[in-house]
Design a protein around this ligand. Structure first.
Ligand code: GTP
Ligand code: ZN
Length: 221
């Protein structure tokens, strides 16, 4: 098989050997303000190339607005300096059963088209010596979501960090999301959505996994 045939089948850069987001070595040498200035310039050129009149008062601020949104909002999670502090506490209560944080909003973007991925994550763990502040789970999910992503990597990055900070493998993460690159362009399938599920420790046993799945099936309080 020729190289270009392989790329047709697998796509280029769709698989990575690491769960790390592929970043350049100099990714954070520039300040946010420098990045915003440069992106503003380049996005203005894209708009011009599309034929838009940047002197129009509704469009003139768009390159700056776009650049600020990319650096400060949609992709703030690329920068490790923005990683939330994950406060953990000693498990004084000796709570040893499952804790489920569910319906966590996912607002991400696919790295192939830079279009939104929107949906929900559900996270559960069985504490050993540490418990984590609930909101820190939501913050961690948002941090990793705010990068150009693929859903498989996103679920793994969240799982890995939680396993590290909680000092247990007994963690499970599911994400169910809609990809606008599937629903709004290309195949334009409005109804399909994608679920990814990653876990370790006791969640490898179907009994624990099924308990989690049963709980997250209840969508309201
Ligand atoms: N595995 C995976 N694929 C994704 C994700 N987000 C988007 N994709 C897919 O990435 C693929 C990119 O395929 P290409 O053939 O290079 O791009 P394309 O020509 O725009 O493909 P179409 O969407 O089929 O028109 C598409 O099949 C997308 O659906 C994701 O989170 N995980
Ligand atoms: Zn896409």
């Amino acid at each position: 098989m020729k190289d270009n045939e392989q790329i047709e089948i697998t796509g280029n850069n769709h698989f990575s050997t690491s769960i790390k987001t592929p970043l350049r070595a100099d990714a954070f040498d520039k300040s946010d303000d420098e990045k915003i200035k440069n992106i503003q310039h380049h996005f203005g050129k894209i708009m011009e190339e599309l034929g838009l009149d940047l002197t129009d008062d509704s469009l003139s601020g768009t390159p700056y607005r776009f650049a600020k949104m990319y650096v400060k909002e949609l992709f703030y999670g690329l920068n490790p300096a923005n990683k939330p502090k994950l406060s953990v506490f000693i498990n004084k209560y000796s709570y040893k059963k499952m804790l489920v944080e569910q319906n966590i909003t996912i607002d991400s973007a696919c790295e192939h088209h830079f279009l939104p991925i929107v949906g929900f994550a559900n996270v559960a763990y069985i504490p050993k010596d540490k418990v984590i502040g609930l909101s820190k789970i939501n913050r961690l999910v948002d941090y990793y979501a705010r990068r150009p992503q693929v859903q498989e990597r996103l679920v793994l990055q969240i799982l890995n960090d939680l396993q590290d900070v909680l000092e247990t493998k007994d963690v499970i993460v599911s994400i169910t999301a809609k990809h606008l690159c599937v629903s709004s362009r290309g195949i334009k399938d409005q109804s399909s959505f994608t679920t990814t599920l990653e876990y370790g420790g006791c969640f490898s046993e179907s009994e624990y996994r099924n308990e989690f799945l049963k709980i997250i099936a209840q969508q309201s309080i």
